[in-house]
Design a protein around this ligand. Sequence first.
Ligand SMILES: O=P(O)(O)OC[C@H]1O[C@](O)(COP(=O)(O)O)[C@@H](O)[C@@H]1O
Ligand SMILES: [Mg+2]
Ligand SMILES: [Mg+2]
Length: 322
Amino acid sequence: MQRLAPALREDDVPLDLISLIKTILAATKEISFRVSQAQLGGLMGSTLDENIQGEVQKKLDVVSNELIKDILLESGFVRAISSEEEDTSVAGDPNGKFLVSFDPLDGSSNIDINSLIGTIFSIHEAIPELAADDPKQFQQPGHKQVCAGYVLYGPSTMLVMTTGKGTHFYVLDRTHGGYLLVERNVQVPADTREFAINMSNQRFWQAPMQNYINDLVAGSDGPRGVNFNMRWIAAMVGDIHRVLTRGGIFTYPADNKNPEKPYKLRLMYEANPMSYLVEQAGGLAMTSEGPIMDIEPNDIHQRVEVIMGSKNEVEKCLSYYN
Ligand SMILES: O=P(O)(O)OC[C@H]1O[C@](O)(COP(=O)(O)O)[C@@H](O)[C@@H]1O
Ligand SMILES: [Mg+2]
Ligand SMILES: [Mg+2]
C-alpha cells in the first residue's frame, strides 16, 4: 500500500502543500492517541467554558484545538487559521502561503458515549496582498479550496482527503505510524435508499423539506414507491463517511427552532470541506438556493443549510423546493 507523500506526488500536489498536509496529520495522530486513551487520561467530559458558538467546550475540543493550532502556527506554512474553537481568525507567519480552517473535533456530543468523532480541515491559499490578520483572507468561496479532508477516529483511524484529483481513503497504520492509501477515487452512487437527518427537528423544517422527508418515510406506500432507511450518527464526519462509502443523502436543513439561528452546520470548517470531498467523489453538495462551494463567506463561523450526497437523490430533494 502506498504511503501518503508518494500518493500525493502522484496527484501532482506541490511540495509545500504536502508538507502542510503532513503537519496537520501529525496533530491528528496525536489526537487519535488521546481519543483512544480519553477515559484513562481524564479527557472525558466538559470544561466550564463556552466557545463563540455558545456551546460548552468538551475537554477534547480544547486539547485537539491546541494541538492543531500550535503545530500550524509553528510550521511557517500558514498565514492564518480559523477554528470552531477560536473566536476570531489567528494570524500566523506573515509570509505563510496557506490558510487553514478546521473543526478540531467534530461530533463532540459523541465523545462521552465513545462513539464516532473526527477532525475536519479545509485549506485555501492566502491572498498575497492581504495581511495575516485581515479577516478578508477567509472570504474565499469553497471552490477555491486547494485541499480538504477529515480524519475519522473510529475502530480504525481513517483519513479521507482531496486535493482536486478525486477523493481518496487512507488508514492510519499503527505499526509504522503513517497513513496508507487504501482506496483511490471513491465514487458516491448516484442513487440511494438511505437518508440522514435529525428527525426530532421535523416540525421546525420548511414545508419543502417536510414534504420530501414525509415521502421518504412513506416508502413503498407513498409517491416514491420504494422504502428508504434512516441513519443518524450525530457526527457529520461519520454520516458523510457513510455517504462516501455506500451513498446516501445527508441533510441539516434550515429550521425555525431558533429564528436567530436557522442553520446548524458551519460553512468554513464543516460544509465547505465536506462539499469538496463529496463533489470530487461524483456527489452533489447544495443548499436549497445553490451550490455550497459558491457561497461567498462573510464570517468564519457562518452557518449554512446542507443537502449533500448521492447526486440524483439530492436533485430529487431540491425538486421539492421548486
Ligand atoms: O445535535 P444534532 O442535531 O444531532 O447535530 C449533530 C450535528 O452537530 C455536529 O455535531 C456539530 O459539530 P461539532 O460537534 O463540531 O460542534 C455535527 O457533527 C453533526 O452533524
Ligand atoms: Mg463539527
Ligand atoms: Mg467541533
